[in-house]
Ligand binder design. Structure first.
Ligand code: IVH
Length: 683
């Protein structure tokens, strides 16, 4: 191949970053659709944006299964699937005026208009922060409601939607034979606050924000629970229509929908230029909290329907509309105090206690300050007015003080010398950013250990969150993690807020956790340096907790994939009598102590990373992966310096070949690959 034809080689960092981005985006998509998002929307958008940029730069690396090629889809659902007769698309985003202008330029070009936006004609709407839903009416009666799902297939939520009082059961006036209306189901902020007050009274954790709460409320199996939540709906788009008037514009469609009795948000406006659109969005950015619902931007749509048709859509979104998203929100509030919490490892973390402030969709009253140096760097003093930022959902952050509002002579804050829980002197190891309480019996650590044990990545005991763990420790029901399995439920029943249902739910969750894989139990113990991958390898290699306990640091370090630091940490953890006692308690409670069955194939490829490019004769694409993974090897999609060898089949990819040459990685033909599978030796 001549140089001229060679594609530019792709930097390794870009390939790796794209892999990370894809898997992170998929993971967050799943979490989002199970109403357990971990990431603020704004941050999710940034990930997606970064991946799109990389894919634009390296189009060869756009995998057909990349999340950029499909709209997020729900995974496990108790609701029946509904195929959308007209796909429910998402929207592309513009994050600033120049991106909005660029979109307007593309629209004008697509319509063969000159760049004067006035000729286009837009409709501006608020971008409601809720969940998209499609409602189908036949002869004026509501017959089906569905979520967006992956855009092609959603979930049937008709029963639940019938409990949303603003959604008409029957249409007013001259209803067409069929009309599908798309809109947003949302939870009004007031209802959200009421729900949280009730949660607090019951000693239960607060809901994170109205959008997630709306999602959770909608996904109830019991439709009467949905009905009790006070969800509402704004209609903003037509789907399939059969019969009905001839409409020429989106504005007309909105007016028609309102006439049929659909709730149409009254704030929509016509705009004749992008400046008008920006003015609309800016006005609502300033007044968003005057609204009774949450918005996260504005949506701009080309008004004329013939022009919408002319512009068409990409696989994911229409070209005739765009979401103009608001930046993460910031608010100011009072820093009431700085306190220090003790985590499961004894780490002493300072955090801000704030006058409650509603920001980025939920009330924030605490925010981590990470460590001593961060407090000094941010220069925050108790009593300061501080700026708090919360990008949509999850982690609130103190940005810094408003210095102009600092009272004269305001005292600085000193990191405590002693543990605030057990009074032991705190220690900051040389070169470490963090400070620790080194007393293993510190009740602060105990709380952290128990919470960690019950958390999703470990034993996943639903209902055993921070407040219940704290309560059970305080009541003396639990001291170590194994005590969870011998809780005296008669005593729990005497506590306020523990009815028969909540007790039986908690008991069931605890019972279920007994069968978790051995790796989860190992993770739950919180052994220093041992992460999920290490725990998996230990469980798989030793096959039983007793064999792990009996193993020496050398035995453990001999395992492929386990370094000396983890090995020493695991061995010294189980050297302690306390750890052995804990395991005996687990055994008595009937917990699973066995690892997964030993693999069938000889483990010839442990520690080897093989990348395959091009078609092989004796293996399908999935088959080759299976052949590598089942022998303990890794089979990533791209070549890196960790790659042991690249297997070359028919029509190999240029970028993988180039990379292999650049990094001087050995290449194998199919025959040599089969030899490697059998012997584990590189030819
Ligand atoms: S129009 C084909 N209009 O934002 C166009 N969507 O980020 C379909 N959304 O999936 C969407 N307010 O769930 C449209 N006024 C509005 C909206 C809106 C909120 C949601 C909708 C959409 C998502 C895209």
């Amino acid at each position: 191949m001549s140089d001229r034809n060679q594609k530019p080689s792709v930097p390794k960092a870009a390939v790796e970053r794209m892999q990370v981005l894809r898997s992170e985006i998929e993971r967050h998509n799943d979490l989002y659709y199970s109403a357990k998002p971990e990431l603020p929307d704004a941050d999710f958008d940034l990930l997606l944006r970064e991946l799109l940029d990389l894919e634009a730069q390296y189009p060869d690396l756009v995998a057909p299964d990349s999340p950029t090629q499909h709209v997020g889809a729900p995974q496990n659902t108790p609701f029946a699937p509904v195929e959308h007769r007209m796909p429910m698309m998402s929207l592309d985003n513009a994050f600033d005026q120049s991106e909005l202008q660029a979109w307007a330029g593309r629209v004008a070009k697509g319509l063969d208009l000159d760049d004067s936006a006035a000729a286009v004609g837009y409709i501006c709407e608020l971008k409601i922060d809720g969940l998209a839903c499609s409602l189908r009416y036949e002869n004026g009666d509501l017959v089906q409601a569905a979520t967006r799902g992956n855009g092609k297939v959603g979930e049937d939520i008709t029963d639940n939607v019938r409990g949303i009082s603003v959604i008409p059961e029957t249409l007013a006036g001259d209803a067409p034979a069929v009309v599908e209306v798309r809109g947003e189901i949302y939870l009004p902020v007031e209802k959200f606050n009421e729900l949280n007050e009730a949660q607090e009274k019951a000693g239960l954790p607060r809901y994170a924000n109205p959008r997630n709460t709306a999602a959770g409320s909608l996904r109830q199996k019991d439709a009467s629970v949905t009905a009790s939540r006070g969800l509402a709906f704004w209609s903003y788009q037509l789907g399939v229509v059969e019969g009905g008037p001839t409409l020429s514009g989106h504005g007309e469609a909105l007016e028609w929908l309102a006439g049929l009795g659909f709730p149409v948000n009254p704030q929509w406006r016509r705009a004749s230029s992008i400046d008008d659109v920006v003015a609309f969005a800016d006005q609502w950015l300033e007044h968003r909290h005057d609204l009774e619902y949450e918005i996260d931007g504005a949506v701009v749509k080309v008004d004329r329907l013939d022009r919408q048709n002319q512009l068409g859509s990409t696989a994911k979104a229409p070209r005739w509309a765009i979401a103009y998203k608001y930046p993460p929100e910031e608010k100011t509030t009072k820093l009431l105090d700085i306190m220090v919490s003790i985590g499961r490892t004894g780490k002493a973390t300072p955090f801000a206690v704030l006058e409650p402030v509603f920001v980025g969709g939920s009330t924030v009253q605490m925010a981590t300050l990470h460590n001593k140096d961060q407090v000094e760097l941010k220069d925050v003093h108790p009593g300061d007015t501080v700026i708090v930022r919360k990008a949509g959902d999850v982690i609130p952050e103190v940005v810094g003080p408003v210095l102009g509002e600092r009272p004269d002579g305001q005292a600085t804050w000193e990191f405590p010398v002693n543990c605030p829980v057990c009074e032991t002197k705190l220690v900051r190891p040389d070169g470490e950013a963090h400070t620790f309480c080194v007393n293993p019996a510190c009740p602060g650590q105990q709380q952290g250990k128990l919470e960690y044990f019950c958390s999703r990545g470990a034993m996943d005991i639903e209902g055993m969150g921070e407040s219940r763990v704290a309560l059970f420790i305080e009541q003396g029901f639990i001291v170590d993690v194994a005590d969870i399995y011998t809780i005296d439920w008669d005593e729990v029943a005497k506590l306020e807020g523990f009815g028969a249902t909540s007790i039986s739910n908690l008991q069931a969750a605890i019972e279920e956790s007994k069968q978790r894989p051995l790796a989860n139990l190992l993770i739950g113990l919180g052994i220093r340096h041992l992460g999920p991958a290490g725990a998996e390898v230990l469980a798989k290699t030793f096959g039983h907790m007793d064999d792990i306990i009996a193993a020496s640091a050398e035995d453990i370090a001999a395992i492929e994939g386990i370094g000396p630091t983890i090995a020493t940490s695991v061995a010294s953890y189980f050297d302690e009598e306390g750890a052995k006692r804990l395991v005996e308690k687990f055994r008595a409670a009937g917990l699973n102590l066995e690892g997964p069955e030993a693999p069938d194939e000889p483990q010839t490829l442990v520690g080897k990373v093989l990348v395959v490019t091009g078609g092989l004769e004796q293996f399908t694409r999935d088959g080759v992966k299976e052949a590598i993974v089942s022998r303990g090897g890794k089979n990533p999609g791209s070549v890196s310096k960790k790659t042991t060898a690249v297997v070359i089949g028919d029509n190999p990819g240029a970028s993988k070949l180039n990379k292999a040459t650049e990094l001087e990685i050995p290449t194998l033909n199919e025959e040599q690959f089969i030899q490697l599978l059998e012997t584990g030796e590189l030819p």
